[in-house]
Design a protein. Structure first.
Length: 270
């Protein structure tokens, strides 16, 4: 836009261009610039591909802008998006899909997104209650004990999970923090754009509510552009226990990776 303005001034001085055409050229440039930066509202309906029934509470996340929403009772939804943004649709029992936002999609108005149901066979889970006897010495041996500990370290706001109660556990934690592994450097140091999305995800209530009820890591992988193994390796390198990695919901995993990243940045600067 600035170049167009300078060209117009130069041409006017040389009398080679009339003021009217210069004005038209600048107007077109302003219009193109505004269209390029404009964020519009994508709206539509989410349906079951098998019977066209509306799907309520489908989670929709704009992976580029890191904002989320859910579909209404009639399947309708609205979410801000720009051209080339990617919308991520996820729903329990259905195959997650991605929709690329195009000019045609924005001009079309209301779109229909159809999701395919998955057949999931759940394995039988047997829950065995802990039968207490009433005698402290006996019950102390029956109750399961989980060796997951978090250590407070001077200079860091929160604790750090070590994973086992051994003489070298604290040293292992300190070694992992103050001498970051090459893997953490490759993930955190070379992916600043993806890591900045951690704060955006934590700030969006819709995304937080979504992650709190999920355990499949799908949304985290989609937003951060990481594989499931990468997420597990990040938490391992940050000394989170195997039990935490297996049992935590997606929101807890988000907070854990975010905490580790913030600590990595502070220590890396020092």
């Amino acid at each position: 836009m600035r170049i167009v303005y300078l060209i117009c001034i130069f041409e006017l001085k040389t009398l080679a261009m009339k003021p009217f055409w210069c004005f038209v050229l600048m107007l077109i440039s302003f219009s193109a610039l505004s269209q390029e930066e404009q964020t519009e509202m994508v709206q539509g309906i989410v349906q079951n591909d098998a019977d066209d029934k509306a799907l309520e509470n489908v989670n929709i996340v704009n992976l580029n802008q890191v904002i989320g929403t859910v579909s209404e009772r009639d399947g309708s939804f609205k979410i801000p998006a720009k051209v080339n943004d990617t919308l991520y649709f996820s729903y329990l029992g259905f195959k997650s899909i991605r929709v690329r936002v195009t000019n045609d999609l924005l001009r079309f108005g209301e779109i229909k997104v159809k999701m395919t149901e998955l057949g999931i066979a759940l394995e039988e889970v047997v829950i065995r209650p802990v039968e207490l006897t009433g005698y402290l010495e006996i019950d102390a041996k029956i109750i399961p004990v989980y060796d997951d500990y978090r250590y407070a370290i001077a200079g860091l706001d929160r604790g750090y999970e070590g994973g086992s109660q051994q003489p070298g556990a604290v040293g292992k934690v300190l070694s992992a923090i103050f001498n970051p592994a090459d893997f953490l450097y490759n993930v955190f140091g070379k992916r600043p754009k993806q890591m900045r999305k951690l704060r955006q995800m934590k700030a969006d209530d819709n995304i937080r509510n979504l992650l709190q009820s999920k355990f499949d890591r799908e949304t985290l992988m989609a937003v951060l552009q990481l594989e499931r193994n990468d997420l597990d390796m990040i938490l391992n390198n940050c000394n989170y226990s195997d039990q935490f990695i297996r049992t935590a919901n997606d929101l807890q995993i988000l907070d854990a990776i975010s905490e580790c990243y913030e600590q990595y940045k502070v220590l890396n600067r020092n």
